[in-house]
Design a protein around this ligand. Sequence first.
Ligand code: AP5
Length: 216
Amino acid sequence: MRFVFLGLPGAGKGTQARILSERLDIPQISTGDILREHVQEGTRLGIEARTYMDRGEYVPDDVVVRMVEERLGEPDASKGFILDGFPRTVRQAQALEVALVELGTPLTAVVKFTISDTTAIRRIIGRYTCPVCKRTYHQEWRPPANDQLCDVDGTPLEKRSDEDELTVKRRLAIYREQTEPLERYYAERGLLRDVDAEARMDTVTERMLAALGDAV
Ligand code: AP5
């Protein structure tokens, strides 16, 4: 089972990918999380990536593609994976297609989570993330049990550096320009499944499972 999750920033890709990953016991591979780990550790890749991420822009294709190719080569990805936030450009999608042909493991489905810009902004402005386990919370819709601490490991929750309203609006515009063309790319290959993500988290999970049908 090999899935790609598409959708505006804040659409709930990470939230739903975590649920499906636990259900199917396959890894959630989030390029955003991997890049943020590099930034946190101060690696060369992280120092380069940060300049793009803080502005809400995409990290160059070749950097991200190399990173994903390496991750897909790890043993846990051999039984399947959920790519959360990758590919984001047609060049990335083409590189992924080539890599998967070489591995003999084509994609099973591409899920596109649809929300409005207004919802995207509200979800991101209110989000808090655990820097250790990467779980996300929302001040309105999924508050932690203890004020500002992760329910799972007790770590103080953080805001990301790309969550102010201006940067979010920039990320939405970049998605429209660079990532939206992927919807057609995957529709033409018969892989695209659309999920209306303007609903409670558990309803969105039900819709995602229904859209995936026999694939899960
Ligand atoms: P990345 O981390 O991938 O960010 P994103 O795609 O912009 O998506 P988000 O993580 O912001 O949102 P999400 O859809 O996962 O929503 P979530 O589940 O958290 O990328 C960050 C940056 O890294 C990029 O801008 C770029 O610079 C770089 N990058 C990453 N990948 C790259 C690539 N392939 N190429 C180039 N550059 C790349 O939910 C959001 C909030 O809403 C949470 O608080 C959650 O609790 C809440 N929520 C979720 N679902 C619901 C619901 N149904 N109802 C109410 N609240 C909900």
